[in-house]
Design a protein around this ligand. Sequence first.
Ligand code: ZN
Length: 215
Amino acid sequence: MSKKETIVVCSAHSDDFVIGAGGTIAHYAAEKKKVIALIFSYGEKSHPWLKENIVQKMRSRETIEAGKVLNCEIIFFDLREFHFQEDYQQKELEKQFLAILNRAKPTKIFTHSSEDPHPDHKAVNAITMDLWQKVKQKPELYIYSVWNPVSFKTRYPSFYVNISKTFSAKLNALKTFRSQKFNAIYPLFTLILFRAIKDGFKLRTLFGEHFYRIK
Ligand SMILES: [Zn+2]
């Protein structure tokens, strides 16, 4: 039997992959592809009043639940927020990442944009670009947006995925992030809905997700 086609999604924080590519992940999983989300950080800084290990436990539980909703495997890396590059070097994670990628041989990797204003998102873009250079089998490389538009430049070709059948799974996956209820996610459901309709319009479908192919 031939190996399942594999897709990898790189995510700075525990919820980015759902916001940026949740519908697409569920779409590929429904096509019987294997999807792996690499989560760089638990994102403990958003709950300064809780002990970091409590936040980590809470976040990892929620993220695994979100992964179940979307049918994707989750792998965590414990990088400290705003110290991604430093920790990545210090913990010598390149070997680990390359081992995962060389084993999985993904056909596509989705990651953050270098134009994203968040320093952790930028760092994940830089790390992914570097890994792409070093991985044996070159996958197609796409960038997704979280809160800000994925790119302000138009030099990259657009890639749209029809998520009409999986948009509800994306919303259900977002709902698993209960610990962030009062932070970011809930008020932005409208933004996510608006974006899905706008991107779906390009495909003449109900809902879509938009990426740029950079490699
Ligand atoms: Zn993030």
